[in-house]
Ligand binder design. Structure first.
Ligand code: PMP
Length: 282
């Protein structure tokens, strides 16, 4: 890239190579921080109000004062996006509890660290969309506050690596016999023309695409239900889907080495993907 990539750190835009955080930042020491990932299409952030509301909720849950209001974050995101030539971008925001001598308890009078960067949106290759992705099932060994979009992602990192080690792109996790989510995506079961998602509770991160799926299912006339989903229901699915900011909605066509139904992306995926593309350009 000819132009340097600029990132925002605390109060200024700096070249990525020059951005430095002190080693005592609690994000580095404890993973004591919150993040967001906002997709940008044609220079316009998608579902920004929902992303900023989730950032606010996550910060409140870990008692970090939100350093900016929604207008302030929106302005920052716009500035960051304008600095880069890519029409479609992925904006990453992170707020940590700040820099302090190492002690588990919250420091007093410390300002949060604010970091923001943007990268080109790397779209899922058409060939991958056409064949769908493979997943493996795993026990969900993460903590009990998965609703918080925390930078403490070791459980998710280990789960994703277990999937990669098994030759899969993502995992589907189960806790107490019920499906939770993937390492970095929400998972959906399609059966008999109905779409099922896991309960929207503390055991999953409520993706911004969860609210969007409600809207897309409504637009497509598809019934959608959030409830406990068993392993048997996942394996008996007509279709399995994964959603996230960067993958939008993806078909899962293999699970633990077995085909999902006939092993090709299904008609409900096709309808929801088309509806997603329409929502982006609305
Ligand atoms: N669950 C987890 C654990 C995730 O990391 C993500 C991606 N951020 C999601 C679900 C999907 O969330 P979103 O639709 O906001 O990308």
């Amino acid at each position: 890239m000819s132009d340097p990539q600029f990132v925002f750190l605390n109060d200024a835009f700096v070249p990525l190579d020059e951005a430095r955080v002190p080693v005592l930042d609690r994000g580095f020491i404890f993973g004591d921080g919150i993040y967001e990932v906002v997709p940008v299409y044609g220079g316009r952030p998608f579902r920004i109000a929902e992303h900023l509301a989730r950032l606010e909720r996550s910060l409140a849950k870990v008692r970090i004062a939100n350093p900016r209001d929604a207008a302030g974050w929106t302005h920052l995101i716009e500035q960051l996006v304008q600095r880069h030539p890519w029409p479609d971008q992925v904006v990453y925001l992170q707020v940590t509890r700040g820099v302090a001598r190492r002690d588990h308890a919250f420091p007093e009078g410390v300002a949060p660290t604010v970091f923001a960067m943007s990268n080109p949106f790397v779209h899922v290759p058409p060939a991958v969309r056409a064949r769908g992705i493979a997943v493996v099932t795993l026990p969900d060994e993460r903590w009990l506050h998965c609703d918080i979009k925390s930078t403490s992602l070791l459980g998710n990192v280990l789960a994703r690596q277990a999937a990669v080690d098994a030759g899969a792109a993502e995992c589907v996790m189960f806790r107490n016999g019920f499906m939770t989510e993937g390492s970095a995506s929400n998972i959906w079961v399609v059966r008999d023309g109905r779409v099922l998602g896991a309960p929207r509770d503390h055991l999953v991160l409520e993706g911004i695409r969860v609210g969007l799926m409600e809207a897309l299912c409504a637009a497509c006339g598809l019934p959608l239900e959030f409830r406990n989903i068993t392993r048997e229901e996942v394996f008996a699915a007509d279709e399995l889907l994964s959603t996230s900011a960067t993958k939008e909605v993806l078909p899962i066509t293999s699970i633990d080495g077995r085909p999902v139904d006939t092993g090709v992306p299904g008609p409900i995926y096709a309808r929801l993907y088309a509806a997603y593309q329409e929502a982006k350009s609305a």
